[in-house]
Design a protein around this ligand. Structure first.
Ligand code: B12
Ligand code: SF4
Length: 491
């Protein structure tokens, strides 16, 4: 019997420059790896990752043929491209299924463009969807719910096919999911739930064994692998100890919060298992800003302890990667210099940043919408701006000009070749771990390009006049004060 053919697509809006352009982050879409693993044997599966090859050409025609079914993953900024691909497929009579973060948070919009929408996680429903499709009774919505993570033992993502096709050097692995906090800007609790779900560590270790030595680096896809309770902290220590005991040395990095800094034992196992860096959402140095973000996880530690925390993590040979958000309602012209001073004084190994982004249906989105401040809300087209590298709402205390100047100042202070070289020297000597120092250097180096793009996005917004129209719409003006700098009047 001729096999049916499923084509899975990771869409990428042409010209977008983002974290996918950082070499040590650009990795295979693990979510599609789960679908490959879950698809029955009598199907043949192919994948198109548009960060490497297009699924639709300049004439909006498909670049591939012979598919019986197409599956597309998408976060919000990818949605317009996903719809373009879906339209091209359906024009050729090929049914389309869409899943992932955007489909989970905004399923009814997605449903207008595809034949079936998978909400939440695929693992518990993919079998049924395929069997429904084979019997000609595909439904419009499938809700996979939040998978108990013990189930991941039965299914590991099939990375082999993707690696064979695109020669990815990096991959990801899930060890936990969900977050009990509710930061105003964050969409994670919405699609992963507020319960912190933990995978049994033996399963994680077994999965790690299957890919040992195959990748230059692994990303733990968890929002916070360390967790928020003593029990979770103990579990994670056993995980990294398990890696050491089982000889699974693997360069990896992951996302966590500053509360890990006092746990010397875990940090020690981390570096011994191959950890090169931890990404921590520092977000802001202002208590007011953290309060307005509802970022309790940082407020609990207190801003005064940031220096101590960074120093202690670095002492273990792990690079600290801090992320910051600009454009907060409390930000002023001084914010940018304060952040640059902090980064240089604390010797943070890596700093990346974004502009506050109201992802759909987050409390931030709802607030800015109620305040009538969103000006990129012609959906679905405007989803392309929801990357955190564009400004999509009217600023509060800053003017757009001040945001541009502040970002330019940051760039000059942190990303000149000379400064990057000095920061690398510091990482090399303090971390005393070449893998971590090189990791930091690579991110900083590639981030220059991403940062420049973010700046260009802001300047293009300025010259387009769109921001001025938005200001006029709500009767807010920008004016020159006596010292000739632009200041914004408060709403
Ligand atoms: C690792 C990660 C990355 C990595 C790798 C991305 C990649 N290509 O895999 C890097 C660092 C490169 C990255 C970059 C970016 N990321 Co990112 N990333 C994550 C993170 C932490 C984990 C994603 C992951 O791998 N999860 C594990 C997989 C298995 O889960 P999953 O994707 O949810 O898939 C499951 C289901 O959703 C479903 N599913 C998914 N797709 C499909 C498709 C079909 C057909 C079906 C049926 C089901 C299905 O089934 C899967 C298995 O159950 C998430 C936050 C999070 N905790 O989820 C943010 C997150 C997805 N990223 C986000 C963003 C904004 C970005 C960037 C735009 C940032 C930037 N400014 O550059 C870029 C975009 C890059 C790109 N091309 O996608 C946002 C998206 C928010 C939104 N609402 O749109 C998130 C949610 C983080 C946040 N800030 O809130 N990211
Ligand atoms: S930013 Fe981090 S701590 Fe806050 S809700 Fe999102 S995942 Fe949780």
């Amino acid at each position: 019997m001729k096999k049916r053919r499923l084509v899975l697509v990771n869409p990428h809006p042409i010209g977008n420059v983002g974290e996918e352009n950082v070499s040590v982050l650009n990795q295979m879409p693990v979510n599609l790896g789960y679908l490959i693993a879950l698809t029955p044997e009598h199907w043949e599966v192919d994948i198109i990752d548009e960060t490497t090859e297009l699924a639709v050409d300049g004439n909006n025609e498909l670049t591939f043929s012979g598919a019986d079914l197409v599956g597309i993953t998408s976060v919000s900024y990818q949605a317009p491209r996903a719809y373009l691909i879906a339209d091209a497929c359906r024009k050729k009579g090929i049914p389309v299924v869409m899943g992932g973060v955007h489909a989970t948070i905004y399923p009814h919009e997605v449903a207008k463009h595809v034949d079936a929408v998978v909400i939440r996680e695929a693992i518990s429903v993919w079998d049924k969807l395929i069997s429904d499709f084979e019997q000609g009774r595909l439904q419009k919505f499938y809700d996979g719910g939040l998978t108990p993570l013990e189930n991941l033992k039965i299914v590991y993502p099939d990375r082999g096919f993707m690696k064979g096709k695109y020669k990815y050097r990096y991959s990801g692995i899930t060890t936990t999911a969900g977050c009990p906090f509710s930061c105003e800007f964050c969409s994670v609790p919405q699609f992963q739930g507020r319960k912190y779900r933990e995978r049994p560590i033996e399963d994680v270790l077994d999965e790690l064994e299957t890919i040992k030595g195959q990748y230059r680096g692994l990303v733990l896809t968890d929002e916070n692998f360390y967790g928020h309770s003593k029990k979770s902290n103990e579990r994670v220590k056993s995980l990294f100890k398990g890696m050491v005991d089982r000889g699974i040395y693997q360069n990896w990095f992951g996302f966590t919060s500053l509360n890990i800094y006092k746990d010397d034992e875990t940090l020690d196992y981390m570096v011994r298992s191959g950890c090169v860096g931890v990404l921590i959402g520092i977000e802001s140095l202002s208590k007011d800003a953290l309060e307005s973000m509802n970022k309790h996880v940082n407020l609990r530690i207190t801003i005064d302890r940031y220096y101590e925390a960074i120093k202690n993590i670095r002492k273990h040979g792990i690079a600290v990667w801090g992320t910051f958000i600009f454009g907060n309602d409390t930000d002023t012209r001084e914010t940018f210099d304060d952040v640059a001073d902090f980064i240089l004084d604390s010797n943070l190994d890596i700093m990346t940043c974004g502009i506050l982004c109201p992802f759909i249906n987050t409390p931030l989105y709802k607030r800015l919408d109620t305040e009538n401040r969103l000006f990129r809300n012609n959906f679905p087209e405007d989803w392309v701006y929801y990357t955190s590298h564009h400004l999509v709402y009217i600023l509060n205390r800053l003017s757009l000009q001040e945001l541009v100047e502040g970002m330019e100042a940051l760039y000059e202070r942190l990303y000149s070749t000379e400064v990057i070289r000095k920061r690398f020297q510091n990482s090399r000597s303090v971390l005393d771990n070449m893998n971590s120092a090189m990791f930091a250097l690579k991110v900083n180096w590639d981030w220059r390009h991403v940062f420049k793009h973010m700046l260009d996005n802001l300047k293009n917004l300025q010259s387009s006049g769109v921001y001025d129209v938005a200001l006029e719409r709500i009767g807010k003006k920008e004016r020159f004060d006596e010292s000739s700098s632009l200041i914004a009047t408060k709403i």
